[in-house]
Ligand binder design. Sequence first.
Ligand SMILES: Cc1cc2nc3c(=O)[nH]c(=O)nc-3n(C[C@H](O)[C@H](O)[C@H](O)COP(=O)(O)O)c2cc1C
Length: 204
Amino acid sequence: MSQNKTANQLKVLGIAGSPRCDGNTDHLLRQVMAGASSSGVETKTVILSELNIAPCHHCDGCIKTGKCVVDDDMQWLHTDIRETEHIVLASPIFFMGVTAQTKAMIDRCQALWVIKYVLKLPVAINPNKERSGVFISVGGSKLRNLFEPAKATVKSWFTTLDIKYASELVFSGVEESGSIRLHPTALKDAFAIGQKLAAGNMPR
Ligand SMILES: Cc1cc2nc3c(=O)[nH]c(=O)nc-3n(C[C@H](O)[C@H](O)[C@H](O)COP(=O)(O)O)c2cc1C
């Protein structure tokens, strides 16, 4: 996955939250991002397990400024999250929630929560554009309500970022690495979601 970015306006930011390279959510995210970039828009994918992102210390160092005092990769990722028009978050289910990598990144957005709710400033760099988000997930079991706890976390994060929870692509009963490729429609569905996202055709 590319981590390059040009000077153009970032349209779709993909965030890979699985620690397993080439796993199921990686395959789905790649297709969503391929669908988005096939429309010619600027995209960027970040792989959380390759980044240095400490958990939130709850030091309240951000409370007066909205700037996190922890100096790691979250500093530039905050900027990408505020700049992008759309976010695609991919995380498998780990013990009924998102992965530790994903949760650490989400918790570090407490600084953006401060910007919105304490400083009462816009979180998005361009607050006039409606932003939307997509959640991608897979879990090995077929439990009813398997995705609900993770969805609650992701929805709460999107709300803080002023991002509408526009769509999701979730698959239960998918355990082995890469086995999502055997699903009859998953990768095609993922590509189509990327195309719709880039074209601004997500449900409002
Ligand atoms: C630490 C850990 C916890 C897991 N917890 C769950 C779980 O609570 N429910 C579930 O259905 N699958 C669970 N799984 C299985 C993964 O969700 C499944 O293997 C998934 O396909 C991994 O996606 P990935 O290939 O994108 O990493 C867990 C796997 C690991 C390693």
